[in-house]
Design a protein around this ligand. Structure first.
Ligand SMILES: NC(=O)c1ccc[n+]([C@@H]2O[C@H](COP(=O)([O-])OP(=O)(O)OC[C@H]3O[C@@H](n4cnc5c(N)ncnc54)[C@H](OP(=O)(O)O)[C@@H]3O)[C@@H](O)[C@H]2O)c1
Length: 239
């Protein structure tokens, strides 16, 4: 039987690169998307039933609940918790609402999803969970984006907790921490080309990573890894 993966935030960037990697390797993929589905539609034409897509807004309770119901029926071999938002509050007036949204999408929702998937994996006594964190969890974010790094550090705590429970159930749980990766994330958060040039200079390899380079690591952890668990793997060109 084909292996099956659930990937969140799969319509763009790193999530989309993961979808492509898993499909190309013969996996079935359940792809969650929020608003971007053009690339997934194109992949559907190529891969047919191997790719199933589900739309959900993780900041909306009803939408989230229907996604959690949806994944309850999936016997996933791998889960990639990838969807996230950045802290755009810039120290604005709605600090409580901004914090709630960021921590909801970046930390709480991945925990809720993992809880559901983990129960199924325990029955099969096999599985892999990869939480996509950020180098911001290592260095901290800058002062006006304080929630983002903290929310990712919280996500990393999910890895620690689940990996201990998974260790005796054949389930490996790991964190991948991307550095600066060439996706639309930077545009979405209003980072200018000049800022990206400056950012690149601070990376020992002097370049941004490609989404495929993160997908390669994620796929390895899901498809080939059997003994590394509770690890944080930074994929950041030396950052
Ligand atoms: N790019 C980087 O430099 C970098 C560095 C470190 C860590 N990361 C992490 O890598 C992961 C992927 O980021 P990316 O660079 O590929 O950027 P991205 O394309 O913006 O990915 C973020 C994903 O989250 C989804 N999302 C946004 N709001 C959502 C909501 N309300 N409900 C559900 N899903 C929502 C987006 O869906 P839609 O596009 O469909 O709206 C998108 O697919 C994130 O966890 C990010 O924190 C990225």
């Amino acid at each position: 039987m084909k292996q099956q993966a659930i990937i969140t935030g799969a319509g763009s960037g790193i999530g989309l690169a993961c979808v492509q990697k898993f499909l190309a390797a013969g996996w079935m993929v359940d792809a969650h998307y929020h608003s971007s589905d053009n690339a997934l539609k194109r992949l559907s034409k190529k891969y047919g039933n191997a790719l199933k897509c589900f739309k959900a807004d993780f900041s909306d309770e009803a939408s989230l609940k229907s996604f959690l119901e949806h994944i309850r029926n999936i016997r996933a071999d791998a889960l990639v918790n990838n969807a996230a938002i950045y802290d755009l509050s810039q120290g604005g007036r709605n600090r409580v609402a901004d914090a709630q949204k960021i921590f909801m999408i970046n930390t709480i929702v991945p925990i809720l999803i993992a809880e559901v998937v983990f129960e199924e994996m325990k029955i099969k006594r096999k599985g892999a969970i990869v939480n996509i964190s950020s180098i911001a969890a290592k260095y901290g974010s800058n002062g006006t984006e304080i929630f983002y790094g903290a929310s990712k550090r919280g996500l990393e705590a999910l890895t620690r907790t689940l990996s201990r429970q998974g260790a005796t159930n054949g389930i490996c749980v790991n964190t991948v921490r991307p550095g600066a990766i060439d996706t639309d994330f930077h545009k979405k958060i209003g980072r200018s080309d000049q800022q990206l040039v400056e950012r690149r200079k601070r990376i020992p390899m002097q370049r941004l990573g490609k989404p495929q380079e993160i997908a390669d690591m994620v796929f390895h952890l899901c498809a080939h890894n059997t003994f590394a668990t509770n690890q944080t793997i930074t994929v950041a060109g030396g950052d």
